[in-house]
Design a protein. Structure first.
Length: 568
């Protein structure tokens, strides 16, 4: 320890407890007159290179060399790569949305389910079109950072914004769990011998995605772009081959009474072919999970290259077009071939459709396995959307002092590392709790995202009403329609899925909002204590005429010498 006072500077080793405490103290004498820093021998030598710790060397080895703020612009993404990163979630939902509709309808109305699946798909695509139009306006109005959180904050205040923030944080977390579980089911559908390792495979995929994202945004884009477009290409091939076989009479219906499949109900006449309005709404809400992830582009506008808002809006339209086309393709061939859902998730509906369309020839089996590979990859990588959206959203809330401020910090590779780690831990917990079962997770899914859609629509209605920009009436009508439709779907989802697990989200949402509010109150209390009044009094306090400087050190080395020099 070094003690520098008016009469000199003294050095003592560890354990120093002050003068007169029995420690050995070396008197370094009265300080000499101040000299230029260059006159000290240590200052004349070049700065030494500090040794790197083992942990830091491992971080560089695993994640790559550190990036600095000036390199953040180099991490911006073009439209194709941003589409792969931010849209993989919403595009992957086409792989299981049709299955979720049939899972509700087949036990209730049997074969009539395959006549209802296309109308319900078209209704959901209609909501997708309106929501896409809404978020194009959100990106235009809030080009730096959009999404339900920012829209709610700017139009309704921080209180309402916490409802949107909590809803979307829940949704992003569930997206990881659902996507990974669905992707693992696709993998085990192609390789049934892996079924016993489903949960462990899912956990491994979560960790692998987290690792990819910790390496940086651009690195993640390079890694995940190819699988996304590979899946889209596979669905396009399915559409072409299936259309050809249908036109040539090669497609037909298949037996629906299979061991292990959901029980098949009995068809009847009537408006919904025997299904009650409740069953129809339940199927509609389940298929509405196809829209989850639509908001990710508005939350991630800052990752686009300039002009950011224009590129984001173009990417949003491309994403919605691809999703709608793939969703309708799978539903049409499901209506023709009659695949039946299995409670275990294996074989999945999309795998059955691919098998029926491609047939048993060597080429058909090759295309089938390519489809399964593409499906598994896109579903697993769909979770990557959350690994981008969750940290950005958490940083917005942390900036407003509703989440710990550590979530605002960019890490080794200029990504929000703390947010990525939090998301990983919670998603792993969900997969372990549900044994990686999609049907257990899907009941909690989509409530958060449709709550966000509803608040975004309402917020944009208020925005247009106050701004009165050109075409504001038309834009207001679009936003109002999106908000109302999303609110209806959200209410239907809560009512129809409440006993199946939706109650968890309904209960968790107000709890999270209360926790966020309490944390904000604590931050505001600290700000008041450190605020302008206290700062002004401290600044006006008399200047100290005598100084005592204590430098805590372990040994006498270069760092100690510099500290002593500064103290003197």
């Amino acid at each position: 320890m070094v003690v520098a006072g008016p009469l000199g500077v003294r050095f003592a080793g560890p354990g120093y407890s002050g003068a007169g405490a029995g420690d050995k103290v070396a008197d370094m004498g009265v300080p000499e007159p101040e000299q230029p820093a260059s006159s000290y021998p240590a200052a004349q030598s070049s700065e030494p290179t500090l040794p790197e710790s083992f942990g830091y060397r491992m971080k560089k080895l695993l994640l790559g060399p550190p990036l600095v703020r000036e390199q953040l612009a180099e991490e911006k993404l073009g439209k194709p790569t941003a589409l792969a990163i931010l849209s993989s979630d919403v595009m992957s939902s086409s792989a299981y949305a049709t299955e979720e509709i049939l899972y509700q309808l087949v036990p209730a109305v049997g074969l009539a389910a395959f006549s209802l699946v296309i109308p319900l798909t078209l209704a959901i695509i209609g909501v997708l079109a309106v929501v896409t139009a809404l978020y194009r306006q959100v990106v235009r109005a809030y080009p730096k950072a959009g999404g339900a959180y920012v829209v709610s904050r700017e139009n309704f205040g921080l209180g309402v914004a916490q409802v949107a923030g909590a809803s979307l944080l829940i949704d992003y977390t569930l997206t990881v769990a659902v996507s990974i579980a669905s992707g693992t089911d696709a993998l085990t559908s192609a390789v049934p011998s892996l079924s016993r390792y489903t949960t462990w495979l899912a956990l491994g995929f979560v960790v692998l995605l987290a690792y990819g994202n910790l390496r940086g945004v651009r690195e993640a884009g390079r890694s995940f772009a190819v699988p996304t477009f590979f899946f889209v290409a596979n669905v396009a091939v399915l559409a072409v081959v299936g259309t050809y076989r249908q036109l040539t009479g090669g497609l037909h219906t298949h037996n629906v009474h299979l061991a292990g499949a959901v029980p098949v109900g009995h068809s009847a006449s009537g408006l919904f072919m025997g299904a009650t309005l409740f069953i129809i709404l339940k199927a509609y809400a389940s298929g509405g999970s196809a829209l989850t992830g639509t908001e990710a582009i508005s939350n991630g506008v800052s990752v686009f290259r300039p002009p950011q808002d224009r590129n984001a809006r173009i990417t949003l339209v491309i994403m919605a077009t691809i999703l709608g086309s793939m969703f309708l393709t799978i539903s049409v061939f499901a209506a023709i071939t009659h695949p039946v859902p299995f409670p275990s998730g294996t074989p999945s509906v999309i795998s059955q459709v691919a098998r029926f369309v491609y047939g048993a020839s060597p080429l058909g089996r090759f295309l089938f396995y390519m489809m399964q590979l593409g499906t598994a990859l896109i579903l697993i990588l769909a979770a990557n959307t959350s690994f981008t959206g969750f940290p950005f959203l958490a940083s917005f809330a942390a900036e407003d002092s509703f989440l710990p401020r550590q979530l605002m910090r960019r890490g080794h590779r200029l990504v929000f590392s703390n947010g990525i780690i939090v998301l990983t831990v919670v998603a792993v917990g969900l997969l372990l709790a549900t044994n990686s079962n999609v049907n257990s997770l899907i009941a909690m899914y989509a409530i958060g995202v449709f709550t966000g859609f509803t608040l975004s629509g309402a917020g944009m209605v208020r925005h247009h009403w106050l701004e009165r920009a050109p075409h504001w009436r038309r834009n207001l009508a679009v936003c109002a329609s999106a908000g109302v439709l999303s609110g209806i779907v959200d209410a239907v989802f809560i009512v129809t899925k409440f006993t199946e697990g939706a109650w968890v989200v309904v209960l968790l949402l107000p709890v999270l909002v209360a926790v966020f509010t309490r944390l904000n109150r604590r931050y505001r209390l600290e700000a008041d204590i450190l605020g302008e009044g206290m700062a002004a009094r401290a600044a006006e306090a008399p200047t100290l005429r005598r100084h005592a400087v204590m430098v805590l050190v372990d040994r006498l080395d270069l760092a100690t010498a510099r500290a002593i020099q500064y103290a003197r």
